[in-house]
Design a binder for this molecule. Structure first.
Ligand code: ADP
Length: 397
């Protein structure tokens, strides 16, 4: 019996979940926010209770110390020795990391080098890894990459039709994201469908604030909608997804607020998507509420959102030459029956048909298609932290 901690470090935050393994039981979880400020907040949830503290936290090392102190103070662990493993989520693994890996100095350096591909994320991820190495140097430490599941994509799918030198010299190619989520929901779907994953063709739709769609053949990612960065693919809460790249030089010449690389990145990543079109919110619940009040911009944003998802699922049904299942996951995919219905009604020709009563159940897990549907539809709540904890167990020496 051992306790494993799954860590998801952001630039100013650290999300964690403590598991009893191999039972896969969540003992406690929490979030440290506003790292670097005098009024950082540490929240711990355990035993149905929630504890919140406001305090100064200078950096990630101190955040890790506070998290471990909290675990002791609240009696969740009696000594540090009870924690035998830590798993860290890392956003960009580039071409190097095809699987999760045990942490050593070389691995940390590679994660830091890959900051070039995920400037906002990898630096924070590396800081979290170093903080744990410093405080608990002897426990099993594992890194789990958002990109590694997608390293199975064929070159024709991951290359862009740019001059090849940008691939050779600048590593410009599709890496994808949300890999742990797509892999987990595919594995869980296979169990529910009662078939080995190796015998299935699946399209997984991770629809949250970030959205990505993946084509999975025999358990392997063969294509995914996110690209060189998580900006590509379908429209999202605040991100454009795919747009004509010629819009960028055009707006550089013709719009005053679209002038620097920073402007472009901010507008495309943070001010677009549901938020940009509705001018109401990036949150689907707000957009739907406004739409129900008759707000035309919110209706358009919603219709565009569904349209882009339908197109990607359609593409991937073709890439796979037909599929056995479509799987919905993440905030919207797990919770919104209308979104699922508005998407699936486009795929009745392919054999998908929703069982309306199953689709409306909340919370829903498992099959939501009719008995006779040849293309099954499932909802699987994603659990990226559990994938991390499982990988720590798998790689333990
Ligand atoms: P992230 O990509 O940030 O992890 P989530 O997976 O948490 O995002 O998804 C956030 C999205 O899920 C928001 O747009 C939110 O409106 C939507 N969402 C959450 N709960 C519900 C619900 N009950 N009904 C409809 N949408 C929901």
């Amino acid at each position: 019996m051992s306790k494993t901690i799954a860590i998801n470090a952001g630039s100013s935050s650290l999300k964690w979940q403590l598991y009893l393994m191999p039972e896969e039981e969540v003992i406690a979880k929490g979030l440290i926010e506003r790292i670097g400020l005098n009024d950082a907040i540490s929240t711990v949830k355990f035993d149905g209770k929630e504890e919140k503290q406001v305090l100064a936290i200078a950096d990630h090392t101190q955040a890790v110390k506070i998290l471990l102190d909290d675990l002791m103070r609240l009696g969740i662990i009696k000594s540090y020795d009870e924690i035998t493993g830590v798993g860290h989520r890392v956003v960009a693994g580039g071409e190097h990391f095809k699987d999760s890996a045990l942490v050593d100095e070389d691995v940390i350096q590679k994660v830091e080098e890959l900051t070039l591909l995920a400037p906002l994320h990898n630096g924070a991820n590396a800081a979290g890894i170093r903080a744990f190495k410093e405080i608990l140097p002897d426990i099993t430490s594992v890194v789990v990459f958002d990109t590694s599941f997608h390293t199975s994509m064929p070159e024709k799918a991951y290359r862009y039709p740019l001059p090849s030198k940008y691939y050779r010299e600048n590593q410009v190619r599709k890496y994808g994201a949300h890999g742990t989520s797509h892999e987990y929901v595919a594995q869980e779907a296979a169990k529910i469908m009662g078939k080995p994953l190796e015998d299935l063709k699946l399209v997984t739709a991770h629809i949250g604030n970030g959205v990505s769609i993946t084509a999975i053949d025999s358990g392997k990612s063969v294509d995914t909608s996110m690209g060189f960065t998580p900006l590509a693919g379908v429209m999202m809460g605040t991100r454009t997804g795919d747009i004509d790249p010629a819009i960028i030089p055009y707006l550089l010449e013709h719009s005053d607020d679209f002038q620097t690389a920073e402007d472009i990145s901010r507008i495309l990543n943070r001010e677009s998507g549901l938020l940009g079109v509705s001018e109401v919110s990036n949150d689907m619940r707000d957009v739907m509420a406004a739409m129900e009040q008759g707000d035309a911009k919110s209706q358009l944003a919603y219709d565009m959102f569904i349209d882009r998802i339908v197109k990607y699922i359609g593409q991937y049904l073709a890439v796979l030459s037909g599929a056995d299942g479509i799987i919905f996951t993440a905030g919207i995919g797990e919770n919104d029956p209308k979104v699922r219905q508005d998407i699936i009604r486009h795929f009745e020709w392919a054999g998908a048909k929703l069982d309306a009563s199953k689709n409306e159940v909340r919370p829903v897990k498992g099959l939501i298609s009719t008995e006779d549907a040849s293309l099954k539809v499932l909802v699987i709540p994603t659990d990226e932290e559990l994938v991390i904890a499982r990988d720590v167990e798998r790689l333990k020496k």
